[in-house]
Unconditional design. Structure first.
Length: 745
């Protein structure tokens, strides 16, 4: 074959392939886009909108059908014609002519004489008085423009759903881990039932496998699940910032990197784009849309992770602090994406016509609502810094609620321009989550006391110990309080009704069964909590609050350290003596760690953190408990605080399995006669405890058999306990488990 023959065939094939029929919806829509640049003079150009006139023009209808026959495959043609006709009936009350009738009037052999509309002419927005067919180059530009735009639209939405896929995977891992622990516990329990000797229960090969698994678990605990992210700081803030634990940080980092990656990839730009001729403009539009849609898709996750009654808390067993960290970081990512989205549209608007164009856009409700939503989201981040959350929680909470409502309302109107409310799929779940959470809050208040309007608490404030004690009857509660759980308390005092909506979480320090129980021993074999062995001499009404009379009812006891806001007002209300307060109690919340299953337990607590071991002692010292030894190291500022707790709960410290080590960190007052007489297994020292030394001693004594280390106190103390636990794992004490009891805002 001669060379010129080859190139002739090749060029013929290339031209034929470029003129081949396009398939799919975008080919028909490209014909509409081509002809939308023109006006046809067979309608009154002074009446109606361009869309209305387009439906009324027969010249345009004929041109549209001829374009479809010229460039598009027939697959999908019928559906497109039906949809186009329905659209015209809705917007102009005009029906389009039948497709077949038009085709009969324009046989294929006669279309060569029909005028061709070029891209240069179309972009001048001409007024036409005849039927036209778009040139192939114009139709190709329209087709690739629409194909790229709607491809990106689908990609944006798909990547938005990736947010849910990611967290579904995280939750699945949490559920699987929890189930694995439960199954292992059941197997261990079954083995103990079959034989008291673990080595007799499992054959050597199985024992070795269990040892290998234990090593893997210890490795994961040492490097992933327990440590701080870096610098051994986790509970203690770094400036006005808080740092999650390492496993949480890895999860959050993965989420952040996923969002960054999804906002940077898969952009399809085209030459000759009719919407945005320059590729720079296309990228601005696509990036702005991508970040806006993914930001919006994160909304339901923000609301879900921030709710108290989050079903994920129950199914994964993770604490509120974990999901609160997720809540904050998803919100931060979403806010950054919203800022990029707003900047992108601001730049595009400015480049289209300067500040005049921008000010004109601000008059459109969707535009200024979007800008306002972004500003509100930024304000939410600014007013959610740790210092404000910690020091001025009521202000933070009020601003948080107001700004969150503002974000939802403005976003609703921002996306209202889209048909059929399609983007409300990300707004309605937020509203539903919020309403469901409030419903469950109300149900928990009702479950604690069906006559909640009659719930009364007795509270007193001891100025020496700087401690508020509150006792709330719980005889009508449907849910039994468990060790380590916490409740939200509302105080409904007439003079402070303006603060009635405010509530704070407090861990139950003690569950008093009341005098209607057996007053010598409980069913589990522990001493009754009704009548402590300790008796006060010369005690006042205030400091004998927790001693019960013969007709006392079951109740919950809370120890509250007053700071600012809610707790400060509570201390002021009760400063002159015990008060009978009308309250609402919402709960219980949190998970109760089965500490009674561990042979050795070490508590490292500070101040009111003593509530955590107090709440667990009854279960740990029962006859059904597996506990061999308990060591309680308590750092407390005031000696009066120690005296108050010992006088009210000293009977809990009588068990020989319990060793208590108290460190007075503020004053050096010596032990009074009462402590000297009754605290046979309590040692009182002056100064802060050496957390590392304490944990090292406990690990040497029981770190291989199983040692639960529970920390509840100041951030520095908790971080020391966390790091010391990691160090013990590094030294080979595989049985060490670390638990931190704290409510992290």
């Amino acid at each position: 074959m001669r060379a010129h023959h080859f190139f002739t065939i090749l060029s013929t094939w290339f031209i034929g392939s470029t003129l081949s029929f396009r398939h799919g919806k975008w080919c028909f829509d490209a014909c509409e886009l081509d002809l939308n640049y023109a006006e046809f003079n067979d309608t009154n150009l002074a009446l109606g909108s361009h869309k209305t006139r387009a439906c009324q023009s027969r010249l345009r209808s004929d041109s549209l059908y001829l374009c479809a026959r010229e460039y598009c495959e027939e697959d999908g043609l019928k559906d497109w014609v039906i949809q186009a006709n329905e659209t015209c009936l809705q917007i102009a009350n005009a029906s389009m002519p039948a497709y077949d009738d038009v085709m009969r009037r324009y046989p294929s052999k006669d279309t060569q004489t029909i005028r061709r509309l070029s891209a240069d002419e179309a972009l001048t927005f001409p007024i036409l008085g005849e039927v036209v067919i778009p040139e192939h180059s114009l139709h190709e530009r329209a087709f690739t423009t629409l194909e790229a735009a709607y491809y990106e639209y689908d990609v944006h939405l798909t990547y938005g759903w990736f947010m849910f896929y990611f967290w579904a995977a995280v939750v699945t891992i949490g559920i699987s881990s929890r189930l694995a622990v439960r199954v292992a516990a059941l197997r261990t329990e079954g083995s103990h039932l079959s034989s008291p000797d673990l080595h007799e229960t499992f054959p050597p090969a199985l024992s070795r496998r269990r040892g290998a698994t234990s090593k893997i678990q210890a490795h994961l605990k040492r490097h992933i699940s327990i440590p701080a992210t870096f610098n051994n700081r986790c509970s203690e803030p770094i400036g006005w910032c808080t740092m999650p634990s390492r496993v949480q940080t890895l999860t959050i980092l993965s989420f952040v990197l996923l969002n960054i990656g999804l906002c940077m990839i898969d952009y399809r730009t085209t030459d000759g784009n009719l919407f945005w001729p320059q590729k720079r403009g296309q990228m601005w539009r696509f990036v702005s849309d991508r970040t806006g849609i993914i930001s919006f898709a994160n909304f339901p996750l923000i609301w879900l992770f921030g709710m108290r009654n989050n079903v994920l808390l129950w199914i994964t067993g993770w604490g509120y602090g974990t999901y609160n960290n997720f809540h904050r970081w998803v919100a931060r990512v979403s806010t950054v994406q919203a800022v990029v989205h707003s900047i992108g549209y601001t730049v595009m608007t400015y480049e289209r016509g300067g500040w005049t164009s921008f000010l004109k856009s601000l008059s459109k409700h969707y535009f200024w609502n979007g800008e306002l939503a972004t500003i509100a989201m930024c304000a939410l981040l600014i007013f959610s810094v740790y210092g404000l959350r910690r020091g001025h929680y009521e202000i933070f909470l009020t601003l948080h609620i107001v700004l969150s409502v503002l974000v939802l309302v403005t976003m609703y109107y921002h996306v209202a321009i889209f048909p059929n409310g399609e983007w409300n799929i990300f707004i309605y779940p937020c509203v539903a989550i919020w309403l469901i959470d409030r419903l469950f809050r109300a149900l928990k208040i009702f479950a604690f006391d069906p006559y909640f309007w009659r719930t009364r608490a007795v509270a007193s404030f001891d100025t020496n110990s700087n401690l508020v004690k509150m006792e709330v009857p719980c005889e009508r509660a449907f849910s039994k309080a468990k060790p380590g759980t916490y409740y939200y308390i509302y105080v409904l005092e007439a003079r402070n009704l303006i603060y009635a909506h405010q509530n704070h979480p407090f861990t139950v320090a003690y569950i008093n069964p009341g005098s209607r129980s057996n007053n010598t021993s409980d069913s589990d074999g522990t001493r009754s909590l009704l009548r402590p062995n300790l008796r006060r001499t010369g005690s006042t009404e205030s400091d004998s609050l927790l001693l019960q009379d013969e007709n006392s009812v079951p109740s919950l006891v809370f120890l509250i350290r007053p700071y600012d806001g809610f707790t400060s007002r509570l201390a002021q209300t009760t400063s002159l003596g015990p008060k009978n307060l009308r309250v609402l109690i919402e709960g219980p919340y949190g998970h109760s760690v089965a500490l009674h299953e561990y042979p050795n337990i070490l508590f490292i607590v500070g101040g009111t953190g003593i509530a955590v071991p107090l709440s667990h002692l009854r279960a740990m010292l029962s006859t059904s408990s597996s506990v061999i030894s308990i060591r309680l190291v308590w750092a407390v500022r005031e000696h009066a605080f120690l005296s108050s707790v010992i006088r009210d709960f000293g009977f809990l410290f009588e068990d020989e399995r319990l060793q208590v080590e108290v460190h007075i960190t503020k004053d050096e007052e010596s032990k009074d006669d009462l402590l000297m007489d009754v605290l046979k297994n309590v040692e009182v020292q002056v100064g802060r405890p050496d957390v590392y030394q304490v944990i090292q001693e406990a690990a040497r004594e029981g770190g291989q058999e199983g040692l639960a280390i529970v920390a509840c106190g100041p951030g520095q103390m908790a971080d020391q306990a966390r790091q010391s636990s990691v160090n013990m794992l590094a030294k080979g004490y595989k049985g060490v488990e670390y638990f931190e009891e704290s409510f992290k805002w």
